[in-house]
Design a protein around this ligand. Structure first.
Ligand SMILES: Cc1cc2nc3c(=O)[nH]c(=O)nc-3n(C[C@H](O)[C@H](O)[C@H](O)COP(=O)(O)OP(=O)(O)OC[C@H]3O[C@@H](n4cnc5c(N)ncnc54)[C@H](O)[C@@H]3O)c2cc1C
Ligand code: FES
Length: 338
């Protein structure tokens, strides 16, 4: 039987159960969100034993070398001794400011209290003092003092509700990461870039576009921001101002529903992209936001001739609760030993 040792205590795992689910079922607090291998908030470190390759898919080589793995994707065959993510992956931070960008989007600025290296467009896990964890993309640029997140209010959402209604400046949080490969890579300044996202999928794209321009990108940068209706668009004036400063930037705010009006396109995001960028072969695409849209755009761009190596995507997968969350069961005699 597979079992896992955490803080000196052994826990038996059920057949096919992940390390994350097994520990949560026994009341061990492990940060987590998507439970699908996408958000990296459940990173743990193996101190002894073999980690299945599947549990390290998508991790940077430097993390793998240090024994890090995704607890939600780890179904060990035998015994594994594990520890939570260490100080090498985390930094304390404080909320610096909270600002409404629209009715449903909050700009959260954070001041890290130590060194935090990242690239514009990557994402971090934000950990509240009680361990609640959610991933957010970085809209800021590394040279800026504050980190910037754009958080959409989710009805009944634990983290977004707290940020909108309760948190205030000075609130301590912890950042884990960064992760993800949606960022600008210098070296091909003339290569056309296609940045597309829905909702707060704009956050990483806003960071990436400004980073590319700051690094002297000369080729066209198409930035498509899709929303259901006009209330879902934000930072419109800032992006229009950026477009007038940099003619290589083509900003396209799009809504699915609504009246035609100057500077806002009406229609499905994928159709608008196809119309504006019919032959994207040789381009680089960065896609963020709604998981279904990201997946379908990726497929369509590949079929239109874009190499898969040039398509990078961050799907904003929502949290999913563990099967037996909240049972608070303590370890039974049959599956523990010291
Ligand atoms: C890589 C990555 C990057 C992300 N970047 C951002 C970002 O930059 N900005 C941002 O706002 N979010 C981002 N997210 C989503 C974010 O991590 C949270 O899932 C989101 O903020 C909701 O958290 P919550 O605690 O408020 O809601 P929860 O308490 O997690 O959810 C409450 C309920 O709503 C459901 N739910 C959650 N999200 C949605 C949704 N989008 N649509 C429908 N139902 C939903 C949940 O399944 C649950 O039933 C990202 C996710 C990932 C994986
Ligand atoms: S990657 Fe494991 S909870 Fe998201």
């Amino acid at each position: 039987m597979a079992r896992v040792k955490h803080e000196g205590q052994w826990y038996g795992l059920d057949e096919g159960e992940s390390v994350l689910d097994g520990l949560l079922r026994r009341g061990v607090a492990v940060p987590h969100s998507c439970r699908a291998g996408a958000c990296q908030s459940c990173l743990m470190r193996a101190e002894r034993g073999e980690v299945p390759a599947k549990a390290q898919v998508g991790l940077k080589e430097t993390l793998k070398a240090r024994g890090y793995f995704l607890a939600c994707a780890c179904q060990p065959d035998s015994e594994l001794e594990v520890a939570g993510a260490g100080a090498d992956l985390r930094v304390s931070a404080r909320i610096a400011s909270l600002e409404r960008l629209s009715d449903s989007v909050l700009r959260v600025r954070l001041r890290p209290e130590g060194r935090f290296e990242y690239r514009a467009g990557q994402y971090v896990s934000l950990l509240r003092a009680d361990g609640l964890a959610r991933s957010y993309s970085l809209a800021s640029q590394p040279h800026e003092d504050l980190l910037e997140l754009h958080v959409r209010r989710i009805s009944g959402g634990l983290m977004s509700g707290w940020l909108f209604d309760e948190a205030g400046p000075g609130e301590p949080v912890v950042l884990q990461g960064p992760a993800g490969d949606c960022f600008y890579v210098p070296g091909r300044p003339e290569q056309p870039l296609l940045l597309a996202g829905t909702g707060t999928g704009l956050a990483p794209l806003y960071g990436i576009a400004r980073d590319a321009l700051a690094q002297g990108h000369t080729g066209p940068i198409w930035l498509f921001h899709g929303a259901v209706d006009a209330s879902g668009l934000y930072l419109v004036d800032e992006l229009r101002a950026l477009q007038s400063q940099y003619p290589q930037l083509q900003y396209r705010p799009c809504v699915l529903k609504g009246q035609e009006r100057v500077g806002v396109w009406v229609g499905a995001l994928d159709a608008l992209i196809k119309e504006a960028c019919p032959r994207p072969a040789g381009w680089r695409a960065l896609l963020c936001g709604n998981p279904d849209l990201v997946l379908s755009l990726r497929k369509k761009l590949f079929l239109a001739g874009l190499s898969l190596k040039e398509i990078h995507a961050d799907a904003f997968l929502p949290s999913t609760p563990p099967p037996q969350a909240g049972t608070g069961v303590t370890t039974s005699a049959s599956d523990t030993s010291r």
